[in-house]
Ligand binder design. Structure first.
Ligand SMILES: [Zn+2]
Length: 298
């Protein structure tokens, strides 16, 4: 099999030159899907012949035929594959992504259709949980959609409580993750840290009591006075940026959907220095992801 040509870059002209037709996109998906070699879904046979359609593969043993899109997030998409590629490209490479309304105008699709497809993309943008934050990590919570005064309240209805962790570097900031939590209890904060922050990290939080019990597991967790936010400047800027980005978006969303937006925001944020590879990576995730698992979150 020929070497796969990986699309690198954020340039629309190059993108348009590379992907002119649905067939160009199908070819790309074919490479991504069977990058590690073909294996029949049904009988695991590794030999195939061409199926009824050009890029389909048919097992030589059991005759099971598979298309490049089947079992991927591009399966049963209601519009052309080329449009789908355009949307993935925009969302992965534009600094602020695109809202479903903007997508709907640009690609002449119904807003709901865009909203649904974007939801899939956001699922693929979730952290792989393979690279927890390290070094100095600040952690804080914030509220969205409710009265701001009540900082540690519960997530309820439109009101969502979000915990965020951010790497603090010698100059500037590193990566970050955020998650919707039920409340600011040690249990909720602890399960967030377990997922996203290394046990070795020097975690710094304010003096909220929910963090106290976590010191036995996270040995380097330190609590300092917030001093009206002066000691947590970088993370507060990060939170402000998330909030202002979210403001341009649908207000009444479910907890899962809010998590989708947080995934999207941080997928781009954590790759802001290597935006050129984000499109290919996102496509790969969309091809490998199990759509059944994703549907259950819908
Ligand atoms: Zn087979």
């Amino acid at each position: 099999m020929a070497e796969r040509v990986k699309f690198v870059g954020v340039n629309s002209i190059t993108f348009n030159r590379t992907f002119k037709t649905d067939d160009d996109c199908l070819k790309y998906l074919t490479f991504l899907k069977w990058e590690e070699g073909y294996s029949c879904k049904r009988c695991q046979n590794r030999k195939y012949s061409q199926g009824k359609k050009l890029h389909n593969r048919r097992c030589t043993k059991c005759r099971y035929e598979e298309s490049p899109t089947s079992g991927t997030m591009f399966d049963k998409v209601k519009f052309s594959l080329l449009k789908a590629f355009h949307i993935v490209f925009k969302i992965s490479t534009k600094k602020k992504g695109m809202s479903s309304l903007e997508l709907s105008n640009e690609f002449e699709l119904r807003q709901k259709t865009c909203w649904e497809f974007k939801w899939k993309i956001q699922q693929a943008m979730a952290s792989s949980l393979q690279y927890p934050l390290t070094g100095t990590v600040h952690v804080d919570e914030f509220m969205i959609g409710g009265p701001e005064l009540e900082k540690r309240g519960r997530s309820k209805g439109a009101k969502k409580l979000i915990v965020v962790a951010l790497e603090i570097l010698e100059s500037g900031v590193g990566r970050a993750y955020a998650e919707v939590i039920e409340n600011a209890s040690a249990k909720e904060l602890g399960s967030f840290l377990q997922k996203y922050v290394s046990k070795e990290a020097e975690i710094i939080s304010d003096e909220w009591r929910g963090y106290i019990p976590l010191k036995s597991e996270f040995k380097k967790l330190e609590q300092i006075a917030s001093d009206d936010g002066k000691n947590f400047k970088d993370i507060h800027i990060h939170i402000m940026n998330i909030k202002s980005w979210l403001r341009g978006i649908h207000h009444h969303c479910t907890e899962e959907r809010m998590q989708g937006y947080l995934n999207e925001y941080h997928y781009r944020f954590n790759r802001r220095q290597k935006m050129g590879t984000t499109f290919d990576l996102l496509l790969k995730r969309m091809v490998k992801n199990d759509p059944i698992r994703l549907l259950s979150n819908n």
